[in-house]
Write a protein that binds this ligand. Structure first.
Ligand SMILES: [Fe+2]
Length: 168
């Protein structure tokens, strides 16, 4: 291994799989938003898991545990899809804050406020994923579209479960 091979300045690479270079970049950018959203919602879900109080503690604590664990796995899958498209995966809190549509807040006071915050954030993730799917399909990237559709289905189920817990 030469010293040059240890000094990688550009992690991006080209490929000839039928996707246009510019299209792969556009899809990677859309996935960067989805990655940032998922990371933000991951940490906010963990915050609810930790800080929940009251009679709903066990239900909310257990539901959010399964949800943040799912998103932890998804973060890796989404980032690695960006890499497979030949682009660099964003990996800093500053970048995630700039890319994500999700607000950085962890101070909801009541259980209802906590669950409403998560529901709204899941909705935001799904909306950004929908844009990513539209972009993927228009560019014939069915692999990323398939991944995004799977994630959307999971988030929509999460929205149902959080709404069921939040019902009066
Ligand atoms: Fe835990």
């Amino acid at each position: 291994m030469t010293s040059q091979s240890l000094n990688i300045k550009n992690p991006e690479f080209k490929q000839k799989t039928g996707l246009q270079e510019g299209d792969r970049k556009a899809i990677a950018d859309a996935l960067g938003v989805v990655l940032a959203d998922t990371y933000m919602l991951f940490i906010k879900t963990q915050g609810v898991h930790w800080n929940i109080m009251g009679p709903a503690f066990v239900s909310v604590h257990e539901l959010t545990a399964g949800q943040y664990q799912n998103m932890y796995e998804a973060i890796d899958e989404i980032a690695e899809r960006i890499r497979a498209l030949g682009h660099k995966a964003p990996a800093s809190y500053t970048k995630y804050g700039a890319l994500s549509s999700i607000r950085d807040e962890d101070e909801p006071k009541t259980v209802k406020d906590m669950l409403s915050m998560l529901i709204s954030d899941h909705e935001t993730v799904v909306a950004d994923m929908r844009l990513a799917v539209e972009s993927c399909e228009s560019k014939n990237d069915f692999v990323t579209a398939d991944m995004m559709i799977g994630r959307m289905a999971w988030h929509e189920e999460a929205i149902w479960m959080l709404n069921a817990l939040n019902a009066d």
